[in-house]
Design a protein around this ligand. Structure first.
Ligand SMILES: NC(=O)c1ccc[n+]([C@@H]2O[C@H](COP(=O)([O-])OP(=O)(O)OC[C@H]3O[C@@H](n4cnc5c(N)ncnc54)[C@H](OP(=O)(O)O)[C@@H]3O)[C@@H](O)[C@H]2O)c1
Length: 222
């Protein structure tokens, strides 16, 4: 398959590039500062906040992945994920690419966005600690801008008319893949709170051959 991977230099994006190549796919890697990418990939440079024309990266793509993430609060305030993903969607519409898989966050099961102002107040997968001691303060204070960015991104993806999947991982860790993890649609699998980027990347790649994941927001944890 012809795959285009945005944010190919990020923690998850870089692993996804290697997995896609190992599976025999034809990979186009998009990055604002391309570096340390395998020779076997076609590289396209694009800063997603510069309203880029992404058609050259998307022409003929069978599936498109966004592993974009705001590296800090300023990048979240600039709406890196929202603006970048909107540019990806425009490019996909222009080129006729249909399949889009993006990374969001597990917290988005309960975080409101302009297009989804009244999500459930509580996620049934969250226990006391996650709900009140970790998730609550993160959503209210520490990661507020990041979640606001992801909320607008999710709205754009849902409204895109494309064949989309939103992956909502738990806390990301850099560990070897376990190969097994739990998933749930529109809620968290009960009790888990982290997942390796390597397992997330494997899930993202698998989405392109699993049609049942189209139109779903899927949370992943161990
Ligand atoms: N960290 C967690 O525990 C956690 C938990 C749940 C969900 N998430 C979400 O998971 C996603 C992936 O996380 P990650 O840790 O794998 O990613 P990451 O290592 O933080 O990488 C972010 C990627 O986005 C790229 N990027 C940022 N701004 C850009 C711009 N203006 N133009 C082009 N590229 C840009 C970065 O490029 P450079 O390499 O050039 O900086 C990098 O490739 C993020 O959306 C994050 O919010 C994270």
């Amino acid at each position: 398959m012809k795959l285009t991977i945005f944010a190919a230099t990020g923690g998850t994006g870089r692993i996804l590039v290697d997995l896609a190549l190992a599976a025999g796919h034809d990979v186009t890697a998009v990055a604002r500062r391309p570096r340390d990418l395998p020779d076997a990939v076609r590289t396209v440079r694009a800063d997603m906040l510069d309203d880029p024309d992404l058609r050259p990266a998307l022409e003929g793509a069978d599936a498109v992945f966004s592993c974009l993430g705001a590296r800090n609060k300023d990048e979240a305030r600039a709406r890196t994920c929202a603006k970048g993903t909107e540019a990806v969607i425009r490019g996909m519409r222009a080129t006729g690419a249909r399949r889009l898989v993006v990374i969001s966050s597990e917290s988005m099961t309960v975080v409101p966005s302009p297009g989804r102002p009244n999500p459930p107040k509580h996620d049934p997968g969250e226990g006391f600690i996650l709900r009140y001691l970790v998730g609550g303060p993160a959503r209210k204070y520490f990661l507020r801008e990041q979640y606001a960015d992801l909320g607008v991104m999710e709205d754009a993806v849902r409204a895109s008319g494309l064949d989309w999947t939103i992956a909502r991982p738990a806390l990301l860790i850099d560990r070897p893949p376990k190969g097994t993890y739990r998933t749930a649609v529109d809620r968290k699998p009960k009790g888990g709170f982290r997942i390796a980027r390597a397992d997330l990347a494997e899930f993202l790649l698998g989405c392109v051959t699993r049609d049942e994941t189209v139109g779903q927001a899927i949370t992943l944890n161990y």
